[in-house]
Design a protein around this ligand. Structure first.
Ligand SMILES: [Zn+2]
Length: 144
């Protein structure tokens, strides 16, 4: 079992979250806003994917959004899939956030209850424990 005294938490992708990861309820997705063209992107990066500008301002993203569209993943993805075994079908959505960005995210909950436009909230959680005993932290969105 995880021991919070000794377990380290690592983000599943560098610069994806606001830090620290101590209290997961307080963690938000980290984004950036280009000072040149206002484009918002997910994660920290050194350049704007829209205009190539390099003046990017940190922008922690809202925790609430709406389901813009989605699909159902019915078969185990190839490669290093870390979800439940045996595989459980899940929703994969594009979540529209107030900052004007759409984020690809797994959607928690019953796939038959998913509806375009439904209200969602960010859920940051330990996805698995790596070989060194670190909790690897991922995100999904859940219905409110
Ligand atoms: Zn830009």
């Amino acid at each position: 079992m995880a021991n919070t005294e000794t377990t380290k938490r690592l983000p599943i992708r560098e610069d994806l979250f606001t830090m620290p990861l101590t209290t997961l309820e307080e963690v938000r997705l980290m984004g950036g806003r280009c000072r040149g063209c206002e484009e918002v992107s997910l994660g920290k990066r050194g350049y704007c994917p829209n205009c190539g500008g390099q003046d990017i301002q940190d922008l922690p993203l809202s925790k609430k959004g709406k389901l813009w569209t989605y699909t159902i993943i019915r078969h185990r993805p190839p490669g290093d899939y870390k979800g439940p075994d045996p595989f459980v079908p899940f929703g994969l959505g594009l979540v529209a956030l107030p900052e004007g960005i759409r984020v690809v995210s797994p959607i928690e909950g019953d796939i038959d209850l998913m509806r375009i436009g439904m209200d969602l909230e960010l859920s940051v959680y330990p996805l698995y424990t790596d070989g060194d005993g670190n909790e690897v932290i991922a995100f999904r969105f859940k219905p409110i």
